[in-house]
Design a protein around this ligand. Structure first.
Ligand code: PXP
Length: 242
């Protein structure tokens, strides 16, 4: 059964809109855990547009599940993660002008740099995941570089409809098997919501789904604990009915 990683960046987005102290993502991480989150994901961006350094260090001390730090593969982030020691790091591409992470990390064309980067994180006992598009080449390079996990980008799947969405789903399923066969643990995320999550959750070897926007959006109506609980039950129900 896939587990649920809750991304709480959007809580920090609301706080940063006023540069104040509320809402505090640390308090909301607690509610996400009460609702059944299996891990808490935060993206510490170079421009600090939402999550701040203070957040990640307090979360590391206060959460009871696991901390997944999303970050770009920069020297600054390497230093922070070595001090923080999160349970795992997910490497993502980062562009200043983007609204959210667009596309997966190009591990193929950054092999040498990423090999050293991943080695350095693993030396600090941090497991490392690569956020990549569902393509065999990127998967094989992820293994070669030394990643423990991959997170398959589901953004395209989420944006498509009908036959096109079905084709993208097949691509994600095939990619998950390719990755599993060579010993990579498979996560997935981006754009998943209450309508489209179950097809991804029902992929046999799916380890964890990372979901942020839809859960936080629904939390405005029902509260975060409930919105997490509802997402978790969709994922869990799915595996029972398989
Ligand atoms: N996984 C990764 C690597 C991401 O960058 C994001 C967005 O921050 C997510 C998952 C969550 O995506 P969403 O907010 O669309 O659920």
């Amino acid at each position: 059964m896939a587990t649920l990683g809750v991304n709480i960046d959007h809580i920090a987005n609301v706080r940063q809109a006023r540069r104040t102290i509320e809402p505090d993502p640390v308090q909301f991480a607690f509610l996400a855990e009460l609702g059944g989150a299996d891990s808490i994901t935060v993206h510490l961006r170079e421009d600090r547009r939402h999550i701040q350094d203070r957040d990640v260090f307090i979360l590391k001390e206060t959460i009871k599940t696991k901390l997944n730090l999303e970050m770009a593969a920069t020297e600054e982030m390497l230093e922070i993660s070595k001090k923080l020691l999160p349970d795992y790091v997910t490497l993502v591409p980062e562009k200043r002008e983007e609204v959210t992470t667009e596309g997966g990390l190009d591990v193929k064309n950054n092999e040498k740099y990423l090999k050293n980067f991943v080695k350095s994180l693993k030396y600090s006992n941090i497991q490392v995941s690569a956020f990549i598009d569902p393509e065999s080449e990127q998967i094989n390079y992820s293994k070669e570089i030394g990643f423990d996990f991959i997170e398959l980008h589901t953004g395209k799947y989420a944006d498509l409809n009908g036959e096109d969405q079905y084709k993208e789903l097949q691509k994600i399923i095939e990619s998950s098997y390719v990755a599993n066969d060579i010993g990579l643990v498979v996560n997935a995320g981006h754009g998943l919501n209450y309508q489209n999550v179950q097809k991804i959750a029902s992929i046999n070897n799916m380890n964890e789904l990372n979901i942020g926007h839809s859960i936080v959006a629904r939390a405005l109506a029902v509260g975060l604990e409930k919105s997490v609980r509802e997402m978790k039950s969709l994922i869990t129900l799915n595996s029972i009915s398989k």
